[in-house]
Design a protein around this ligand. Structure first.
Ligand code: HEM
Length: 218
């Protein structure tokens, strides 16, 4: 049942539409005056939140695939990652056009002088090559190993996003810390997975090495 849902050609279409819901709601709020007294800040905050959520959802695909033995989930990872990129592009565009009214000098000053903008900008820039190389053609061109290495930059983007949020808030750090917890679990799982996959191999290799050295001595 689960398998047929995940492999159905409609699953991607449905997911695509679901991922557009936050953007659709913001557009609706824009036209119905639902953005509150400070629309720019509202949009900045909402798109920032959705960027972090999509980064976390994208990072959840691999653990969920392995824990629930659902290899088909991989079909959705690229789309989810690209939606994280879509929302960060909206976030940056809102900052650039509405907050800074295209004053590039002021943007540059912000990027250099305000640490929370510096780190957010770094997270954004790191996502650009990932979005560009997300296609099957780029996986082939780079080779699976190099592609995987490059795409580990998403870990840095997620951490940069959390630090950016943490440094932005002045008093109540509750929410940024919640995101920090989620991202730490997702990255911690990868460390654990890497360790459990490599430790036995290392032990075997060491045992084999000891055996060869002792037999060489003999
Ligand atoms: C990985 C990249 C990024 C992520 C994950 C991210 C995430 C966030 C989050 C979660 C918030 C707070 C939302 C809330 O309060 O509910 C936020 C606010 C904000 N972000 Fe980002 N952001 C990123 C990149 C950027 C970039 C590149 C810029 C601009 C250069 C930027 C500028 C801002 C600004 C101006 C605010 C609102 C600050 C305020 O109202 O005082 N962010 N961002």
């Amino acid at each position: 049942m689960m398998n047929s849902i995940l492999t159905s050609k409609w699953a991607k279409v449905v997911l695509f539409l679901v991922c557009l819901i936050p953007a659709g709601m913001l557009i609706r709020d824009f036209f119905t005056g639902g953005l509150g007294g400070n629309p720019t800040q509202f949009l900045e905050h909402a798109t920032g939140d959705w960027t972090l959520r999509f980064l976390a959802i994208t990072l959840s695909v691999s653990p969920l695939r392995k824990i629930f033995r659902l290899p088909q989930l991989i079909r959705f990872r690229r789309m989810l990652g690209l939606f994280a990129f879509f929302y960060v592009c909206c976030h940056f565009t809102i900052y650039l056009c509405l907050d800074q009214v295209l004053d590039f000098h002021s943007v540059l000053k912000d990027v250099i002088k305000r640490p929370f903008i510096t780190v957010g900008f770094t997270g954004f820039v790191l996502m650009i090559p990932l979005a560009i190389t997300s296609t099957a053609g780029w996986i082939r061109r780079l080779g699976g190993r190099r592609w995987r290495m490059l795409h580990r930059a998403i870990y840095l983007s997620a951490v940069a996003g959390v630090v950016h949020y943490y440094w932005m808030v002045k008093s109540d750090v509750h929410l940024p810390l919640e995101y920090a917890g989620v991202i730490s679990v997702l990255l911690g799982w990868r460390l654990f997975d890497w360790y459990t996959n490599h430790a036995p191999r290392t032990a075997t290799a060491e045992a084999a090495h000891k055996e060869t050295s002792s037999s060489a001595v003999e």
